[in-house]
Design a protein around this ligand. Structure first.
Ligand code: CO
Length: 156
């Protein structure tokens, strides 16, 4: 496994609409391993492939920050979202030390493929739902600073 370089805002790859994955091979598995390791190393709770320079529809999330809660999502699509929305603070490994409040659905259902190419369905609420929505935005070239209110420096 390897720690990957995390791209920062301003890098063109972060603005790309990412391509779907069609090969569930060892290259993909290595990328998933490296993305998780990079996320944990940086104390993040989510990381999307464009953040490590690859414009493909892959993301990892773990709101427990310790491998137990790791979810690997390939070609994820939100198929259902609650009308109930909530504004809360977000940050991003690609926008260090900047935080802002983003309005997100409180509950979502996402369909995705796992590393073996098996289709999965997950319903998530609160922080997990927020994290998934944030990561899926990355796959469409959207950063949280594009939608956040009250952008600020520092973790207050
Ligand atoms: Co992010």
């Amino acid at each position: 496994m390897a720690i990957l370089k995390v791209e920062h805002a301003g890098s063109p790859v972060l603005k790309e609409v990412c391509q779907p994955v069609d090969k569930f091979d060892s290259t993909l598995r290595r990328l998933l391993d490296d993305m998780a390791e990079t996320m944990y190393k940086q104390n993040g709770i989510g990381l999307a492939a464009p953040q490590v320079g690859q414009a493909i529809r892959v993301a990892v999330v773990d709101i427990q920050e310790g491998k137990r809660g790791l979810v690997e999502m390939i070609n994820p699509v939100i198929v259902k979202r609650s009308n109930d929305v909530e504004e809360d603070r977000e940050g991003c490994l690609s926008v260090p030390d900047i935080f802002g409040d983003v309005l997100r659905s409180k509950k979502i259902t996402v369909e995705y493929y796992n590393r073996r190419g098996k289709k999965q369905r997950l319903t998530a609420t609160d922080l997990m739902a927020r994290c998934i929505q944030h990561e899926l935005d990355h796959l469409d070239g959207v950063l949280f600073i594009n939608k956040a209110k009250r952008l600020r420096r520092g973790d207050d």
